[in-house]
Design a protein around this ligand. Structure first.
Ligand SMILES: Nc1ncnc2c1ncn2[C@@H]1O[C@H](COP(=O)(O)OP(=O)(O)OP(=O)(O)O)[C@@H](O)[C@H]1O
Length: 129
């Protein structure tokens, strides 16, 4: 089930809703280069966490930061697609504002993730030197 699925009526059950949600995740990874970078960075950070034996509290902050970046990139992609649908790629100030705001949401989440990463990893890496 992916972009070839031409259903436009409501989902009939939870299983169908879940299948469409998973199809959305697969498509966003396939189509959005930035999402692939976020996932790669997230996996690297999780690997570092495993290597440095983080405690439960550190893991919770890291997972929160990773999910916030992925959530904001999903929202950004939704905004981009809805704006493109509504404007048919014609320039409008409102479209620019909406897309730039959505991108700003990703930037804020990424900054949060960088701060969390520095707070958790920097002392542990310095202790190894
Ligand atoms: N219809 C439009 N009207 C006005 N400005 C637009 C429009 N479409 C895009 N833009 C401007 O061009 C930029 C890039 O738009 P685009 O749809 O390519 O986003 P993107 O490059 O896919 O974003 P991201 O890098 O987050 O994936 C937007 O951030 C916005 O400033």
């Amino acid at each position: 089930m992916g972009l070839k699925d031409r259903q436009t009526t409501k989902n009939h059950n939870l299983g169908q809703s879940m299948r469409h949600a998973v199809a959305g995740l697969v498509e966003v990874v396939r189509l959005e280069r930035n999402m692939r970078w976020h996932l790669l960075a997230g996996l690297l950070v999780l690997g570092c966490g495993w290597w440095l034996h983080l405690d439960r509290g550190d893991w919770l902050w890291l997972v929160l930061a990773i999910f916030m970046v992925i959530q904001s990139e999903l929202a950004n992609t939704v905004v981009e697609n809805v704006v493109d649908l509504l404007t048919a790629h014609h320039y409008t100030v409102a479209a620019k504002y909406a897309k730039d705001l959505a991108a700003a949401a990703v930037l804020v989440a990424a900054l949060f993730a960088i701060i969390v990463g520095l707070v958790i990893f920097l002392p542990k890496l310095l202790a190894l030197i």
